[in-house]
Write a protein that binds this ligand. Structure first.
Ligand code: MG
Length: 225
């Protein structure tokens, strides 16, 4: 390789966070602003101090939703999935790249948003269902080989599994739960914004910043040519 001029065109796997990475906004933040009573406890602070897990924080917020399913779905719409994502996923697929979602959020809105634009990709997220009067009931994916007691989904476990298969693995994210998987991939294949970008800067770990998710696809595709 290298001097032979033979390029590796086999692609790889792009493991991606969902909220704030494939979408502009996080569901839980929009839910706090638009769907929860103002006196809801600060579960996020409880998570940051370590008194509850990340999963438990989100579970409590989602279970506090008393809006109708239509109102919740309107908020899901406002998460603003990158409009170029379906095209980007297709282009990546043609170049040999598989896209896999790893999310500490809930499958309920992720599957809806992706299905609405005809995107079928592997998703590792916490299962859940909406029940009027009970909110969005999120559960641990206890049957998954990537179960994590803290996040529900062991994102780094997914990344490591693909690496152990000898595949080229890229990772993209925007939050604190994305730090561990981001550290595992090589700098050239690490994509970050938001809190994840801050964490990586503090650790002096290099990464590619991105604005919208399709920027990542474009960079990976350029890399292939
Ligand atoms: Mg995120």
């Amino acid at each position: 390789m290298g001097t032979s001029g033979v390029k590796n065109r086999s692609g790889g796997v792009l493991v991606s966070d969902f909220d704030g990475t494939m979408t502009r906004h996080d569901f839980y933040k929009l839910a706090i602003e638009s769907l929860l009573p103002p006196d809801v406890p600060d579960y996020w602070a409880d998570y940051r101090t370590g008194s509850i897990t990340h999963f438990e924080g989100l579970r409590r917020y989602f279970a506090a939703i008393r809006a109708s399913e239509d109102d919740v779905l309107a908020v899901v719409e406002r998460m603003d999935l990158d409009r170029q994502l379906p095209t980007a996923v297709k282009s990546l697929r043609h170049a040999g790249w598989q896209v896999v979602v790893t999310s500490a959020g809930c499958e309920w809105y992720i599957r809806r948003l992706l299905a609405a634009v005809g995107v079928e990709i592997e998703i590792h997220a916490n299962p859940g269902r909406f029940e009027a009067g009970q909110g969005l009931l999120m559960e641990m994916p206890l049957q998954s080989k990537y179960w994590s007691p803290n996040l529900g989904v062991d994102k780094a476990g997914v990344v490591r599994d693909f690496l152990h298969q000898g595949l080229t693995v890229a990772f993209a994210g925007d939050g604190f739960p994305d730090a561990e998987p981001a550290r595992v991939v090589s700098a050239d294949l690490r994509f970050a914004r938001g809190d994840l970008a801050d964490v990586l800067r503090n650790e002096r770990l290099e990464f590619h910043p991105f604005d919208v998710w399709s920027d990542i696809a474009n960079r990976l595709l350029q890399r292939e040519t």
